[in-house]
Design a protein around this ligand. Structure first.
Ligand SMILES: *Cc1c(COP(=O)(O)O)cnc(C)c1O
Length: 361
């Protein structure tokens, strides 16, 4: 078997080895029950303890206040693109949107089909190379929420400070949740697909403020109504049991590594190593402008597309995998989420220096 490589995949993404090893034992025989993890009833006391523990750890790490509900849903982050407007864009309502990349654009398309929205900022004409500064857009007084994506996975930009507004803030945090400290109480609704920073594909975490729940209209299909899942504790139907378990194991690992404070420091260091390398010469060109750079997804180009292909292929040969940029923008992308080891970043930086001297522009 091939040894584990450094996996820069944007998602599903690398997970801590110790978590995978624990899961591989539990999947055959969970906690000496004689039943495999994915064979346990979701109503069993064992699974209920797993789900309760995952929620408790998430609440602890994110310091989620009592007046927020935590849900474990399916359908990916993409289901939230229409679930949000179906719940919060009824007659007479308006959603304000910041368009900072592919994922906000997709959310805008869904919301536009469902209700009234206003796109109050877009960096599309700059190939989404930045996020707005505070004060660069205005949230209309008649808006019911402001929607944004905290980290733009594909373009490699990130809000360094969260937008400030009187309106409820709704955020897609799929690719940077738990990577840094923020105040949940500044938000109305947060969602995140697990497969970047939290665990495997298959579960989407939703954190929603209690006071918003009474605004949800009657008559929505049950699965689409947040109240259904709040009322049933995310057990209206069979939840994604394995994914919820694995998120719990990742959260335990996060606890062992010092929690969000420690991981935030490490994430900053990892990203800084790469951006220093990119800034050293004009050989590598960062896609994002400096003050919008993401600590999670580092996007860059080489002098030519041919050199980029060669770079990606030769990197893979030395165990640096998954560096190809998204098909929509090309170039290279190093995704370095919480579980990505610092040593892998060090090795990539070394490889970049060698590649540059062996392949002059
Ligand atoms: C990956 C990603 C999504 C899409 O998630 P799915 O679970 O595949 O629907 C949405 N938003 C952001 C910011 C992402 O990184």
């Amino acid at each position: 078997m091939k040894e584990r490589v450094y996996n820069f995949s944007p998602g599903p993404a690398t997970l801590p080895l110790e978590v995978l090893q624990q899961a591989s034992k539990d999947i055959v025989n969970y906690d000496d029950t004689g039943i495999g993890l994915v064979e346990l009833s979701h109503r069993s006391k064992e699974f209920i303890a797993i789900a309760d523990n995952t929620e408790a750890l998430l609440r602890k790490h994110l310091e989620i206040p009592e007046n927020y509900k935590v849900l474990f849903l399916q359908g990916g982050a993409s289901t939230q693109f229409y679930m949000v407007p179906m719940n919060f864009l009824g007659d007479g309502k308006c959603g304000a949107y910041l368009n900072t990349g592919t994922w906000s654009k997709k959310a805008i398309k869904e919301a536009d089909q469902i209700g009234n929205i206003e796109v109050v900022f877009s960096s599309e004409s700059d190939t989404f190379n930045r996020v707005p500064k505070q004060g660069e857009y205005e949230v209309p007084t008649h808006a019911d929420y402001l929607y944004f994506v905290s980290n733009n996975t594909i373009f490699g930009t990130q809000f360094k400070t969260m937008p400030v507004t009187e309106k409820p803030l709704f955020c897609d945090m799929s690719s940077d949740i738990l990577s840094r400290k923020f105040n949940v109480s500044d938000f109305g609704l947060i969602f995140a697909g697990a497969q970047k920073n939290l665990g495997p594909a298959g579960v989407t975490i939703v954190i929603i403020k209690d006071s918003l729940l009474s605004e949800i209209p009657e008559g929505l299909p049950s699965m689409i109504n947040y109240n259904t899942h709040v009322d049933k504790g995310s057990m209206f139907n069979t939840p994604p049991c394995f994914a919820i378990y694995l998120v719990g194991e990742v959260l335990k690992w996060l606890e062992r590594t010092g929690g969000v404070d420690a991981i935030e420091k490490l994430n900053r260091q990892k990203a800084a190593l790469l951006y220093e390398m990119i800034d050293r010469t004009s050989y590598y060109r960062g896609h994002a402008i400096a003050d919008s750079r993401s600590d999670m997804n580092v996007t860059f180009n080489l002098p030519t597309a041919e050199l980029e292909s060669k770079f990606i292929a030769e990197a893979a040969e030395v165990g640096l995998n998954g560096l190809k940029g998204h098909r929509s923008i090309g170039g290279c992308r190093a995704s370095i989420y919480n579980a990505f080891p610092q040593q892998g970043v060090v090795e990539l930086v070394d490889f970049m220096a060698k590649f540059e001297s062996n392949n002059p522009a």
